[in-house]
Design a protein around this ligand. Structure first.
Ligand code: PLP
Length: 381
């Protein structure tokens, strides 16, 4: 592959043979004319395949180093699509601290689809090894995890899962292929929410599944078409436009987040900062091995606990209190009552998501402006 920045910048450029438009127009048509009733052309019906979606899938697959990709209507639709690859009675190992919405879906699908679901701490090789001893069909985890930014050694986890005969699915939403390519470390499938840093402008919802195996791709495409879990033409266009600047945004947002994490870490009112770029972070060495940069997401707790955290997020002016991450605008959230509210209090406790945890998604504003806002907010509590 050419370098990621060039690959992203050129994605979908010059692919309009008709008028020679540099950026291909949005093809809004839901159906394509056939010359022969028995033979479809390259495009036939937009649920099955759509030009903008196909270009976007090819570009993301190239960035991830995958054989191909399926673009879906959301990150959750991408995760759900993968569950079509496992047989009834399968054993699924899921990281106990994955995104709350993913956990809600796994919890609901397990009894409905008849698979065994085991939550495990995938960041600890010995724990993952122990649950894999009873066999597994699929292992699902995020690294870094959302919101505590725990790291899983991709190569070690993938090797263990493969020995047990399991497919490994990595949720790469937090970093994106600009900063981490799980397939290079042995993952079979990579899912991402396009809603986050890949699109990066907080103006669409989408997802993607990247696969290495052609048979898996065929099955995923079959199910995406059969169930209609695909994205529309406008969303695919927006995600493609965002993707072209992804490597540049991801680098700048990561560099800013590192400086903010260091400044928060030195602040007397802050008890702990979770950010893999900090040398004392338990996953720092793993992050240096498998990531290009440390990412734009960080979380922290305050000395004064939950009520102070609530006051802090409400007094921040530059950070918008909202349920997302990865946009060009900085966002704050309290995972316990927002992104991870679907988890039971016990599950949240086990995953280390306390009521006093704040998550920040660093945007493209200057570090000076972001820090000034955090400083005034911390002074106000
Ligand atoms: N995976 C992770 C790590 C997420 O943070 C999210 C959403 O926040 C999702 C998946 C789901 O993505 P979407 O909201 O596009 O369905």
């Amino acid at each position: 592959m050419i370098d990621p920045r060039t690959c992203a910048a050129r994605a979908g450029i010059n692919c309009d043979p008709g008028l020679g438009a540099v950026v291909a127009p949005i093809q809004v048509s839901s159906a394509y004319r056939r010359a022969d009733p028995a033979r479809p052309g390259a495009f036939d019906y937009a649920r099955t395949a759509q030009p903008g979606r196909a270009e976007l899938a090819a570009a993301i697959a190239a960035l991830e180093g995958a054989s191909g990709a399926v673009v879906t209507s959301s990150g959750m639709a991408a995760i759900d699509l993968i569950l079509n690859l496992i047989p009834n009675g399968a054993r699924v190992i899921c990281a106990h601290d994955c995104y709350g919405g993913a956990r809600r879906l796994f919890d609901a699908r397990a009894p409905q689809r008849g698979f065994d679901l085991v939550y495990a701490d995938c960041t600890r090789p010995e724990f993952l090894g122990a649950v894999l001893r009873d066999g597994a069909d699929l292992v699902f985890f995020e690294t870094p995890s959302n919101p505590r930014l725990r790291l899983t050694d991709l190569a070690a986890a993938c090797a263990r899962a493969r020995t047990a005969g399991a497919l490994v699915v990595v949720d790469n939403t937090i970093l994106s292929p600009a900063l981490q390519r799980p397939i290079e470390h042995g993952a079979d499938l990579v899912v991402s929410s396009l809603t986050k840093i890949i699109n990066g402008h907080s103006d669409m919802v989408g997802g993607v599944v990247c696969a290495t195996d052609k048979g898996h791709l065929e099955q995923l495409n079959w199910w995406a078409n059969a169930a209609g879990a695909v994205s529309g033409a406008f969303d695919a266009f927006l995600a493609m436009r965002g993707l072209r600047t992804l490597p540049v945004r991801a680098r700048v947002q990561s560099e800013s987040a590192l400086q903010i994490a260091e400044q928060l870490d030195a602040h007397p009112k802050v008890v702990r900062v979770d950010y893999p770029g900090l040398i004392r972070h338990p996953g720092h060495d793993i992050a240096c091995r498998q990531q290009v940069k440390f990412g734009s997401l960080l979380s922290f707790e305050l000395e004064e606990g939950p009520p102070a955290v609530r006051r802090l997020v409400q007094s921040l002016e530059l950070f918008t209190l909202a349920q997302s991450l990865g946009g060009v605008e900085s966002l704050s959230s309290i995972p316990a009552t927002m992104t991870h509210a679907a988890m039971s209090p016990e599950a949240r406790h086990k995953a280390g998501i306390g009521d006093g945890l704040v998550r920040l998604s660093g945007g493209l504003e200057t570090v000076g402006a972001v820090w000034a806002d955090l400083e005034q907010g911390l002074a106000a509590i």
